[in-house]
Design a protein around this ligand. Structure first.
Ligand SMILES: Nc1ncnc2c1ncn2[C@@H]1O[C@H](COP(=O)(O)OP(=O)(O)OP(=O)(O)O)[C@@H](O)[C@H]1O
Length: 215
């Protein structure tokens, strides 16, 4: 995920840069500019039906990044997560997104971009599983699948779209994916996305999103 925290949070740019460098150099497994730690999912103030989804998925205790990352995301802060593979980042941003969706509105409110089709489909599965008791409608918009089918599903209504940049841009351009209600934007593996030459595409997508958005 990418973004910067607003004023009034525990964010300090210099400290942040230093800590980010340490993480990139592999000195630390993770870091956070937000010091609150919630040692159980129950303590995070999540909706009952989201908690049911989390426990039904088999999670008992939040991982380190989940203990620190879910609550700030739910508060609407801009969040950057940097952690090694397999530490539970996906479930962190999925929980944050699910907690903030308005389920009375069947319109896309969260857009998640991933660098590969497989990863996007994997995120779709996690989002759907964790949001099972919330009735979340999530769709993976990826290349190599039927454009018509994507359009049909999007027009029928979804809460969350997870996709790869090319197909997502195509759907936005055709207005099959309406951006009016999108309020959360997640870039998974942001470093990978930016280094794989997706930068221009991400920029193009960003241009089509509402100006006030939570990265
Ligand atoms: N709190 C938890 N309790 C038990 N298992 C968990 C928990 N959080 C995540 N997992 C499991 O750990 C594995 C890795 O989680 P996840 O895919 O979210 O990590 P990640 O950091 O996004 O990994 P990657 O960067 O490799 O995609 C998954 O199989 C997931 O189901």
């Amino acid at each position: 995920m990418a973004g910067s925290a607003p004023e009034g949070t525990q964010f300090d740019t210099r400290q942040f840069d230093q800590r980010l460098n340490e993480v990139l150099e592999g000195q630390d497994e993770f870091f956070t500019s937000y010091d609150e730690v919630h040692e159980s999912f129950d303590a995070m103030g999540l909706q009952e039906n989201l908690l049911r989804g989390i426990y039904a998925y088999g999670f008992e205790k939040p991982s380190a990044i989940q203990q620190r990352g879910i609550v700030p995301f739910c508060k609407g802060l801009d969040v950057i997560q940097q952690a090694q593979s397999g530490t539970g980042k996906t479930a962190t941003f999925c929980s944050g997104v699910l907690q903030q969706l308005d389920f009375s509105l069947v319109q896309c409110q969260a857009l998640v971009l991933a660098p590969t089709r497989e990863l996007a489909q994997q995120i779709e599965k996690v989002m759907r599983a964790l949001g099972d008791y919330l009735g979340v409608k999530v769709h993976a918009c990826v290349g190599g699948t039927s454009v018509r089918e994507d359009q049909r599903i999007l027009q029928a209504g979804v809460h969350v779209v997870v996709g790869t940049p090319g197909r997502v841009f195509d759907m936005l351009r055709r207005q099959s994916l309406r951006s009016d209600s999108i309020k959360m934007f997640v870039l998974d593996e942001a470093d990978e996305m930016l280094s794989r030459g997706f930068k221009d595409q991400i920029y193009d997508i960003f241009q089509l999103l509402p100006p006030k958005i939570q990265p």
